[in-house]
Design a binder for this molecule. Structure first.
Ligand SMILES: [Zn+2]
Length: 339
């Protein structure tokens, strides 16, 4: 049974992501290597973030195995915790998914060791296979293979997922050239992933809504399967189309990845994005690195949902100065302009 396709056939799926950035901001993950050791060291933090995202409207709990692959663990000299980390991430996510009724997704990411050589292909394939086996054993509904800039690497990930007979979402990270690292246009890459059996294809990470949506306009008519869009919540521009290329005129350090705050999209901008993506026929909508629960709730509400967190959605009518409620004194209302 393909739960992913069934759910998409009955409506949009909202998928909150961005676990690396959010755990880093909360002080439980180191920027740089960006390895999700938090899964083993502070499982309660990961569980809470899963719950925060579902509470805000995410339909999916994505196991936090992003960069939890053999290549990344080798970088920090901890290959020995590869399997415990993956199994624990799946366990934490599975528990939240089961208790909330959300979909459970496994996760594969770019390895950063891929290159178009026979040795690298075999190495990458083995890394994906071991992660997919653990995900399958944990009973995931589907697997997300994401942030690929090499088409071939994405197709190897997809093949590993298909071999395990699991549904797949395959998304590419489109960097500043607007093409994949291997030269394909994003629509060509998506078409290839669809032909290779992906249930959902599209883009995630790197680009903000302003520079991802125009590409989605080209991808949507190029494929027949479901399309995904999970931008980063940052104000990217035509000149600086990715979060990695953003330049802060007031500071000399590179904004990416730890000083992107001045470029953050508001929740209202993310709601606008969700409506625009929905209008383009994008069926799988989410937010990547930088996402906070407030963004996710705004997206959910833009899609016509009322997640539990909507209980606390803003109601400025009751604000002591800016409010319009009968109980707000005229004097305070008049003082509002001096705030
Ligand atoms: Zn991301």
């Amino acid at each position: 049974m393909n739960v992913l396709a069934d759910r998409l056939a009955s409506g949009t799926i909202l998928c909150a992501e961005g676990y690396l950035f959010e755990c880093e901001r909360r002080g439980y993950l180191q920027a740089g290597a960006f390895v999700p050791e938090v899964v083993l060291e502070h499982p309660e933090v990961v569980a809470q973030l899963h719950r925060d995202f579902v509470n805000a409207g995410s339909d999916v709990v994505e196991a936090f195995t992003y960069y939890g692959h053999r290549g990344k663990l080798r970088v920090i000299g901890k290959e020995d915790v590869l399997e415990p980390l993956n199994r624990q991430a799946l366990e934490i996510a599975g528990e939240v998914a089961r208790s909330t009724g959300a979909l459970l997704a496994g996760n594969l990411s770019n390895t950063n060791v891929f290159e178009p050589t026979r040795e690298a292909r075999a190495e990458v394939r083995a890394m994906f296979e071991e992660q997919v086996v653990w995900a399958a054993e944990a009973g995931v509904d589907y697997v997300i293979a994401e942030t690929y800039s090499w088409l071939e690497e994405a197709l190897i990930a997809l093949e590993a997922i298909r071999d395990a007979e699991l549904p797949a979402v395959v998304t590419f990270a489109l960097h500043r050239t607007g093409r994949l690292r291997s030269g394909e246009t994003p629509e060509e890459a998506c078409l290839r992933a669809e032909a290779a059996g992906a249930d959902v294809v599209g883009l995630n990470c790197a680009r903000g809504p302003a520079t991802m949506l125009p590409v989605l306009e080209r991808i949507r008519p190029a494929v027949t399967c479901f399309v995904a869009s999970l931008p980063v919540p940052y104000r990217t521009t035509e000149e600086q189309p990715t979060m990695q290329s953003l330049v802060d005129p007031t500071r000399k350090e590179q904004p990416f990845p730890t000083a992107l705050d001045p470029f953050a999209c508001t929740r209202y901008e993310m709601a606008d994005f969700a409506r625009a993506a929905n209008g383009l026929g994008v069926a799988y909508i989410g937010i990547c690195c930088g996402a906070g629960p407030h963004h996710v709730r705004a997206v959910a509400e833009a899609l016509g949902r009322k997640p539990p967190a909507s209980r606390y959605s803003p109601d400025m009518t009751l604000h002591s100065y800016l409010g319009t409620d009968q109980g707000i004194s005229q004097a305070n209302r008049e003082y509002a302009g001096d705030l």
